[in-house]
Design a protein around this ligand. Structure first.
Ligand code: ADP
Ligand code: MG
Length: 241
């Protein structure tokens, strides 16, 4: 069974239809790159998967949860889905370790000691073991973003959603965050990443979805990034290079 499945999903904001019948699926262990011009509906699609937005019609199933079912257990859905945005949203008054242990302790009722172990494991995965006792403002932007990824990992989600997590970072810091995501991909975590980093997508994605004006305009393996079939994708890639 797919980890994430969207079928003919439509979503409007007032009169603006942002998703016009979007379908795709992500299999266990798969890395999907979601690409497309600004405004094409990528973030909205991700937000619908985590039910941060409700859809108008169609179907979304995530880890067996029917996301648009009124009887959905939102808590269980959110336990299975980790989402990391461009902004890191770390709590400034908490240390990195406290930021990471917060949700495992309060949501999953994990003991303080076990939560701390998980936090340190997560920090090791993003190369930040030595920053556990620091406060967010003492970290660079790239380190804060890696801490945000560690916070998400500590909840042990079944699928990770990344929404342009490097677009606020300069090239050097971008590289260190991409390296972390690449390692996670190699470890077998299922993920959907919205990214403008075409070379990165080419390297780690199993599947590429190109959105254009609210539709999946083209999809396939990373081959479509080298040999796009549609003029729209060709133009988009040209702009990104
Ligand atoms: P992308 O992530 O591909 O840049 P988005 O999904 O963020 O695209 O946005 C698609 C369109 O939906 C844009 O025109 C955007 O302005 C609009 N939009 C997104 N969120 C909202 C919202 N909460 N209210 C109204 N319009 C929105
Ligand atoms: Mg977006």
């Amino acid at each position: 069974m797919s980890i994430v499945m969207l079928k003919d999903v439509k979503k409007s904001f007032d009169k603006l239809q942002v998703l016009k019948g979007v379908s795709f699926s992500v299999e266990p262990g798969e890395v999907m790159a979601l690409i497309g011009a600004s405004g094409s509906g990528k973030s909205t699609a991700l937000r619908c998967i985590d039910r941060l937005e409700l859809i108008d019609s169609g179907e979304i199933v995530v880890c067996g949860h029917r996301v648009n079912d009124p009887k959905l257990d939102l808590r269980k859905l959110r336990l299975d889905v980790g989402i990391v945005f461009q902004s890191y949203n770390l709590f400034p008054h908490l240390t990195i370790e406290e930021n990471i242990t917060l949700a495992p302790r309060s949501v999953k009722k994990i003991s303080r000691d076990r939560a701390r172990e998980i936090a340190l494991e997560s920090l090791a995965k993003v190369g930040l073991s030595e920053k556990a006792q620091n406060y967010p403002e003492q970290l660079s932007g790239g380190q804060q973003q890696r801490a945000a990824i560690a916070r998400s990992l500590a909840m042990e989600p079944k699928v990770m959603l990344f929404d342009e997590v490097t677009s606020a970072l300069d090239p050097k810091l971008t590289g260190e965050v991409l390296k972390v995501i690449e390692a996670l991909a190699a470890s077998g975590i299922t993920m959907i990443m919205v990214t403008h980093e075409m070379n990165f997508a080419r390297r780690i994605a199993d599947q590429v979805i190109f959105m254009h004006q609210g539709y999946v305009h083209e999809s396939g393996s990373t081959d479509i990034l080298t040999s796009p079939r549609t003029p729209e994708l060709r133009e988009f890639i040209g702009d990104e290079l």
